[in-house]
Design a binder for this molecule. Structure first.
Ligand SMILES: C[S@@+](CC[C@H](N)C(=O)[O-])C[C@H]1O[C@@H](n2cnc3c(N)ncnc32)[C@H](O)[C@@H]1O
Length: 204
């Protein structure tokens, strides 16, 4: 099979699975893979999902956290989704106040970001935008994560990858780079999964 038809077959397979399972997007399988490999989302967890539209990561996370969990999803586009314990916030991650994401919660146990920039096809510019979104997600995680909490975010491979990874290694006890099966082989897309947040101040 040629590289192109192999990629198309994989894409079709994920679309079919998404339709069968009722997920709003095939991205759910990327989160499922990260979670299966690295036990990212514990039962009962409070989860923040940055860049959550159309909502398939929230759908997956909802099954994982179960009835005792809480979910907050942020996107600049409105999301039409109803799940137990879910609060949706419409806004731009660059302007949002982390306290507004917390609402009544004291902290999150997991912060996720599948945010992607509007790509313009110029590699270094797309990388720089992805790095800025990743860095903002990491800043927010630093403000809202409970001690020992987990962080997973998309980052296009680029010149700042090593610097951002070093920062994650300082702030978390275990850090891994994962390229899920569902990410296109040709794309720069990878996910940084950082577990065991070393909080400077104790949050409950
Ligand atoms: C790949 S989609 C996320 C898919 C989602 N994980 C799912 O499974 O349904 C990326 C999302 O990031 C959002 N996004 C990108 N930049 C953003 C920003 N600055 N503030 C808030 N959301 C942003 C986009 O609106 C888009 O909905």
């Amino acid at each position: 099979m040629s590289k192109l038809s192999d990629r198309k077959a994989r894409k079709d397979r994920f679309h079919r699975r998404a339709a069968q399972t009722g997920y709003k997007a095939r991205s759910a399988f990327k989160l499922e893979e990260l979670d299966r490999k690295l036990a990212l989302i514990p039962k009962g967890a409070r989860v923040l999902d940055l860049g959550c539209a159309p909502g398939s990561w929230l759908q997956y996370a909802s099954q994982r956290v179960g009835p005792g969990g809480s979910l907050v999803g942020l996107d600049r586009n409105p999301v039409s989704l109803s799940l137990p314990g879910l609060r949706l916030v419409v806004g731009d991650v660059r302007d949002i106040d982390p306290d507004a994401l917390l609402g009544d919660l004291t902290a999150f146990d997991v912060v996720l970001s599948d945010m992607a920039p509007d790509t313009i096809g110029v590699r270094h510019a797309d990388q720089a935008r992805s790095e800025a979104l990743f860095e903002r997600a990491l800043d927010i995680a630093g403000r809202v994560l409970a001690p020992g909490g987990n962080f997973a975010a998309k980052l296009f491979q680029g010149p700042e990858t090593q610097t951002l990874l070093s920062r994650c290694r300082t702030e978390f006890s275990r850090v891994k780079v994962v390229v899920p099966e569902g990410s296109k082989r040709s794309s720069l897309e990878q996910y940084i999964v950082a577990r065991g947040f070393r909080a400077q101040e104790t949050r409950s």
